[in-house]
Design a protein around this ligand. Structure first.
Ligand code: ZN
Length: 142
């Protein structure tokens, strides 16, 4: 007998998305800084702190972009075209951060390692996109 798929998970499990932009080395760092400015000029998102050293489950310097479900369909294809060789992890934020990062995310550019033991397998409060802290220009070309 064939194995049955579990019942589909509803999209309502996704509270928001993160994009983690990794940079190591001077050139990648410069590219990541320019990309951050380009994103800020184009998308209503929450740009997270700039981390010069690896934090949490991440093994390279990075910054995070938190965004709502309504932004996904424009931001993610834009990052596909404009990541400039940088590694970017896109993942949903649900009540299971470990599964979100390790199993259910997608990579643009070269996939990176993640430290699984730094990722809890349950949180009562999935990450919301938070307050938008960019001011996209109406004239920016997306
Ligand atoms: Zn994340």
């Amino acid at each position: 007998m064939i194995e049955r798929l579990p019942s589909p998970r509803p999209l309502s499990e996704i509270a928001s998305y993160h994009a983690h932009v990794y940079f190591d080395g001077t050139r990648a760092r410069d590219m990541a800084a320019q990309l951050r400015e380009q994103i800020a000029a184009r998308f209503a998102v929450r740009l997270g702190r700039w981390h010069e050293t690896a934090v949490g489950p991440h093994v390279a310097p990075m910054y995070q972009i938190a965004f709502g479900r309504d932004i996904f369909a424009r931001l993610v294809p834009w990052l596909m075209l404009n990541h400039a060789g940088l590694s970017i992890l896109i993942h949903p934020s649900t009540t299971n951060p470990r599964r979100d990062h390790l199993r259910d995310g997608l990579w643009i550019g070269r996939p990176r390692a993640l430290l699984a033991d730094r990722l809890p397998d349950h949180t009562d409060e999935p990450d919301q996109a938070g307050e938008v802290n960019t001011q996209p220009e109406d004239t920016a070309i997306i």
